[in-house]
Structure formats: C-alpha cells, structure tokens
Design a protein around this ligand. Structure first.
Ligand code: ZN
Ligand code: ZN
Ligand code: ZN
Length: 334
C-alpha cells in the first residue's frame, strides 16, 4: 500500500475521520431543531475568522474558531427574538462574514486561491499541527454531543417540556450553537466552510431513512459521516487532492439517494402497523386493548377523515393523539 506510506495521506485520513464523526453528531441536533442551515451560516462567518488569521499572521484555524463561536452565540441570541426579523439579521451576518473575509484576505495580500483552501477544503495541504487541532476540537464536540445526548435531545425535541423538566434550555441552545461553530472549524480543512453544512445534515437525513429513535440516528449518522469522509479522501487521492471536499459531499449525497427508496418502503410498511412515531420519546403502543370507559362524542367511520389503520379483525382510528377502535359501547385504546 504505497498510498498509506505518505504522511500526508495519514494526516488526511485522520482529519477526515474525526470531521466525519463530529459533523453529524452536531447535525443531528440541528436537524431535530429544524436549524439545518445553521452550520452554513456559521461557516460563512468563519470566512472572516480565517481571513483575520491570514491578515495577522496567526493560525487561521485558531482565529476561525474564535469568530465562529462568537458568531454562533450571536446567531442564537438573534434567533431567540422572533423569527422574521431573525431571518434577515442572520442573512446580513452571513453576507457580512463572506464579504469581510474576502476584503481582509485582499488586505493581507493573499490570493483567492489561499482562501479557496478554506472555503472548499484542501486536506492535502493540512499540516501536522492542524491535524492535532482538528482531532482535539472534534473530540471535545464528540464528548459533549454524545455525553450530554439526553439533555441536548430533550431540549431539541420539546423546549417547553424541557423547561418544565428543569433543564436550562438557553444554556443547551447556546451549547449546541457553540458545538456547531467548533465543528465548522474542524471541518474547514476537510470539506471547507461552504460545504461543511452538507456533512452536518446529509448523513443525518440518510440515517433517518432507516431509523426513528434519536440515539440510533445519532450513531448511524456518525458512521455514515465517517464513511463518506474516509471514502472521499481515498477516492480523491487517486484523482486530485484539491477536490476532497466536493467528493466527500457527493459521496454523502449518493448515500442519501440510495437510502431514500428503502426509507420510503420502510415508512409505508410502518404506517400500516403503527401510525405513531415510536421513538425514544414517542408514544409507546401496547399490543393489546385497554377499554376506555368515557363517552366518545364522535363516531368513527371510513369517511370520518381520521386515519384508519387495519388491525387484525377490526379497524383502528387515529384521533386526538390516540389510536382506538369502537367496540360496542366503549372504545379500545391501543
Ligand atoms: Zn373519526
Ligand atoms: Zn386494534
Ligand atoms: Zn376517537
């Protein structure tokens, strides 16, 4: 294996492996909270961070992580205060990030090609120091993302319920934002700042084709992310190292394209069996019937508009968050 004899190949594979694990770990929470593009926004902001590093002659990785974390907290604060104005504020932040980055790069007398390495990734040029920093940051993200999974998922799933349950919702929201910022920095040498969001979101979307429970989704997404990243590095090593980032993203997309039809079949089959999401925090449906004594003002029929589920010798209806069947004078709860 002459390929692995090269130090840079080992550095590239290590960087890719840790990026591939960390990005979907954070992405799972972002997708759950319908903030799939948050990573993209932070990525745009981090461009200014990289340019600051180039201008001041310090490590672009270091300045990027500082700017990304500050930007992520700012985004979270803006996001908290209403949706419509928040959208516009976010957009302004992103354009400012890109424009500022390009301007500062010019001031630093660096060519666009240097910035390109960070925008679309360039793992072939990653230094040993950058690999260690990538691994260290990724490990922090993984420890927090997996270790605090119950709390983070509780907040992502239902903010109000989490608040009632005594969780500090604002703290965990900011924590996810900071994790996203660190991940953007981790990923910038592998997939690049403008493609990082893809590695956060696509493996999660692919995993969701097969799984419902959040824990399983998290683990499967991390496996898929690592596989895409390692595969992308290996494939691009045979062609040109400059295209590692796009190769990783296209590989992840190919995985999604292959998984989608399978997921459609699984969903259709599941819908016939149980209409509810049976996840870690979903409704647990008993197999047998429990009689419900109270009056039922509505008579279910095939035309009543409620979802009908054939079940053995009778038909159940999905109604008010329950699934039940009329049985004489009472309703059988499931
Ligand atoms: Zn009905
Ligand atoms: Zn039934
Ligand atoms: Zn009913």
């Amino acid at each position: 294996m002459s390929l692995f004899a090269y130090d840079f190949m080992i550095r590239a594979l290590l960087g890719a492996l840790f990026t591939g694990l960390a990005a979907p770990a954070v992405g799972t929470y972002l997708v759950q909270r319908r903030l799939a593009l948050m990573g993209d926004g932070i990525g745009h902001l981090a461009v200014t961070g990289v340019a600051l590093g180039l201008l001041t002659g310090t490590s672009p990785l270091l300045t990027a992580v500082v700017v990304a974390v500050l930007g992520a907290v700012l985004i979270e604060v803006i996001r908290e205060r209403g949706r419509t104005s928040g959208d516009v504020a976010l957009a302004l932040l992103f354009y400012g990030g890109i424009a500022g980055g390009l301007l500062l790069t010019g001031l630093a007398n660096e060519s666009a090609a240097v910035l390109n390495r960070f925008l679309f990734g360039s793992i072939g040029t990653i230094s040993e120091g950058e690999v260690w920093m990538t691994i260290a940051l990724a490990v922090v993200v993984l420890v927090v993302g997996v270790g605090l999974a119950p709390q983070l998922f509780g907040v992502a799933q239902d903010q109000e319920f989490a608040q009632v349950a005594g969780l500090n919702v604002r703290f965990y929201n900011v924590l996810v934002a900071v994790m996203a910022a660190v991940t953007v920095t981790v990923a910038m040498r592998t997939v690049g700042l403008l493609l990082v969001s893809a590695l956060m979101v696509i493996p999660v979307a692919t995993a969701q084709q097969f799984t419902r429970g959040f824990r399983v989704t998290l683990v499967l997404a991390m496996i898929l992310g690592a596989a895409s990243a390692l595969g992308g590095v290996t494939i691009s090593a045979f062609v040109t190292f400059a295209q590692t980032g796009p190769t990783i993203v296209l590989l992840a997309l190919a995985g999604f394209a292959a998984a989608y039809p399978v997921g459609m079949l699984l969903r259709r089959r599941e819908r016939l069996r149980a209409p509810f999401e049976v996840g870690d925090y979903g409704y647990a449906l008993g197999a047998d019937h429990t009689a419900v004594p109270e009056e039922h003002g509505h008579e279910h029929s095939p035309t009543c508009g409620h979802h009908a589920v054939p079940h053995g010798d009778h038909v159940d209806y999905v109604h008010d968050g329950h699934r039940h069947a009329p049985h004489g004078s009472h309703y059988d709860e499931h």
